[in-house]
Design a protein. Sequence first.
Length: 451
Amino acid sequence: MTAFTVTLVLVVAAAGLLRWRRPAWYWLTFGITFAALRVLVRYASVMDACGLTVPAPRWRLAFARMTNRPVPESRPPRILRVRPTRTGLVLRLKLRPGQDAFDIAAASDRLRHSFSMYGVTSRELRSGVVEVRMTGYDVLKRVQMPAKADTRAMRVPVALREDGSVHYRDYRAIPHALTLGATESGKSVYQRNLVAGLAPMDVALVGIDCKQGVELFPLARRFSALADNPDTAAELLDALVARMEDVYHLIRAEQRITADVPDAEIAADIWDLPDHLRPTPIVVLVDEVAELALFATKEEEKRRDRIITALVRLAQLGRAAGIYLEVCGQRFGSELGKGITMLRAQLTGRTAHRVNDETSANMAFGDISPDAVLAAIQIPAEMRGLAIAGDSTGGWHRIRAPHTSLRQAANICNRHADRNPELPELAPFRPALTGIVAASAPLSKTAPVTA
């Protein structure tokens, strides 16, 4: 009996220590079992208390009256499957007649308290079937990406969602995106994760960093073109527009619109072309868009209009030509001048880290979801890297990217430098990697960069 008591005390102490210091390990060892038992035992009573039950059908009530039996109890949604994950539980529920997926979403906070889980989210899979994802601990406090992710062409895992799933940046589904964030909000870390995820892929990276290149030039070995000032950026964007037009000429020549060609083989973008003809896709990263839109003189205003026009053209027409925009900035508002709201309308993906004003959050999510605006302005300053990600469908999630230092991102880019494609149109803007740049020397489009 003494040995059993000692063993029990040690197990309880170990569970408590794991829950305090390593919540992920606690969940995998003890938490899954306890949570599954709580859900299965409390399910009927919790659903009834949360108003997620419906009365028994009329024929059962009539049969009970005719046979003088007790009135059948109200019925909760039927559990189709309970699946444990590395961060929580996933319940697949079959709704009863008269129930709606919104009822489950509206009761998510009550379900969280009733089942003693950290978070509960839901989504409708198909008509009458809802998936409820429960997290057992705060997965965004210490982000640990899964060892295996569903990576594919132009699809990069960049962060972890609050429900424990991986947040992907899929360029073929969402070609262009806007990323906002104040100083020290984690925007640069998110950008590094994006570059590090794209580095092993067959894609050309183009960077525009008007902060004299301090963010992107350490990653220069993996970039096909870099610009560190508005003048060079204007020339670079013009070259991208010219390349886009050339790619469209190629697609038009290879469309193969004849009576004997199946519809699925008619080319409408670069992904419909044969592999040997397909141009290399390009991801354009703009580090600080406000620096491209500000001006003080008439000449700078002409340059600004030229830059914004090129960005809008790329956002409107670049997807089929395989040119994707990743626009980042601390501030993004209509006061940046004409064309900014037109550019925003083409940026389907939206990610907002902590912002200093509600106007920036409205520019990101005002046309998507008011709830996302409220969530963005409530991000605490101490939670660097926490962000709200949404798209034009109205859905949004809290995400957090794993911390990636500039050295780690540079090492990944250096390791995959051999994947850097040769693009003749962008050759004048390719960063040279011979020698060290003096601190006072301006970085031109062919300036050498520290290896």
